[in-house]
Design a protein around this ligand. Structure first.
Ligand SMILES: NC(=O)c1ccc[n+]([C@@H]2O[C@H](COP(=O)([O-])OP(=O)(O)OC[C@H]3O[C@@H](n4cnc5c(N)ncnc54)[C@H](OP(=O)(O)O)[C@@H]3O)[C@@H](O)[C@H]2O)c1
Length: 304
């Protein structure tokens, strides 16, 4: 396939990961068909035929990338059926649409499929056991894809921060503007992941597919290299922002246990994922979260 003949149907193009995918794919010269919530509201799809009908006006894509999801982890606890429709049922219909047209699907999933009781990095073959509604619906979505479509890549990521959308980095910067002290959880560990690095992983997969070389479909982990607690991450964010002149003063950060910050949804205490499989198969090593943080600030203006 030549670049111009590659048409990627992208769902969730306005989100953190989707917007980076859109930018990168367009830079490379692919045709990107961005499907917004207006064209395809995943909360109201009731059959695969409905998807076919809604997408009739678009040329059949070479590949589908689904970066759309219900991502409000805490709100999902009180909106389980909405989260399930978006993250599970509609994902199943989307996978059926792909299966009908023999179109591969790259679908994004989450570290929240794990319960966080491990002490070493989770691999793709480890057992899952989601702690909350969001993780459960994402896991069901993964299964819905696997059950109908062989040509799938499920890319599990974690602690995403990008220039578009909301995330922990932006929250830290916003709170720092008017607080002298911040309390941050220090007993949950994970891998912050820059959205641009996820888009680059997806590009590697698309390129491999387009090259016609063999490709091992299945589940892959794609997270920023390095393990960190929210507390350590917040320190790194404020240090970098302060050093770059994004803030006149740094607030003091006080570490607290998760028990002192109850949330509607429980979070895994340890959601460190191994990216060895991704590196082996696609020759892509995800940059460290520190490099991702630098890239984030490089792309931001001080007035976020
Ligand atoms: N954020 C994280 O820390 C994190 C961690 C692990 C895994 N992930 C996974 O990574 C993927 C991308 O996440 P993200 O952080 O980029 O998410 P995000 O910024 O919240 O963006 C979500 C996207 O989904 C779209 N969307 C939501 N509900 C929809 C609906 N009913 N119909 C159609 N589109 C809908 C949104 O459209 P609107 O703009 O119209 O709302 C938006 O474009 C998701 O699969 C998520 O589960 C994220």
């Amino acid at each position: 396939m030549n670049k111009k003949s590659i048409r990627i149907l992208l769902l969730g193009a306005s989100g953190q990961v989707g917007s980076e995918c859109k930018k990168l794919f367009q830079q490379v010269g692919y045709t990107v068909l961005c499907i917004t919530r207006k064209e395809l509201d995943l909360s109201s799809i009731s059959s695969v035929d409905e998807i076919v009908e809604r997408l009739l006006c678009f040329q059949t894509p070479s590949l589908v990338v689904n970066a759309a999801a219900y991502t409000a982890v805490d709100k999902a606890e009180s909106e389980p059926s909405l989260a399930d429709k978006v993250n599970h049922t509609s994902v199943g219909f989307l996978a059926q649409y792909c299966a009908k047209g023999a179109i591969p699907l790259i679908h994004i999933s989450t570290d929240y499929v794990f319960d966080g009781t491990a002490t070493t990095a989770y691999t793709e073959s480890d057992d899952v056991s989601p702690l909350g509604v969001y993780g459960e619906t994402k896991w069901l979505g993964e299964q819905a894809v696997k059950s109908v479509l062989a040509q799938h890549i499920i890319l599990r990521t974690s602690w995403v921060f990008g220039i578009s959308g909301n995330n922990f980095v932006k929250t830290m910067l916003r709170l720092s503007a008017d607080r002298e002290q911040l309390t941050i959880v220090s007993d949950q560990y994970g891998c912050p992941t820059y959205a641009g690095d996820i888009a680059r992983a997806i590009l590697c997969i698309v390129k491999r597919y387009a090259s016609g070389q063999s490709l091992n479909w299945g589940v892959y982990h794609c997270v920023g290299e390095g393990k960190v607690s929210w507390y350590e991450f917040s320190q790194a964010i404020l240090n970098e922002a302060y050093a770059r002149g994004f803030m006149p003063n740094k607030p003091q950060i006080i570490p607290i246990p998760s028990s002192a910050y109850p949330t509607p949804a429980a979070r895994p205490a340890y959601s460190v994922l191994s990216t060895d499989k991704l590196a082996r198969e696609f020759n892509y090593s995800v940059p460290s979260w520190r490099q991702g943080l630098s890239a984030f600030f490089d792309g931001c203006s001080p007035a976020l």
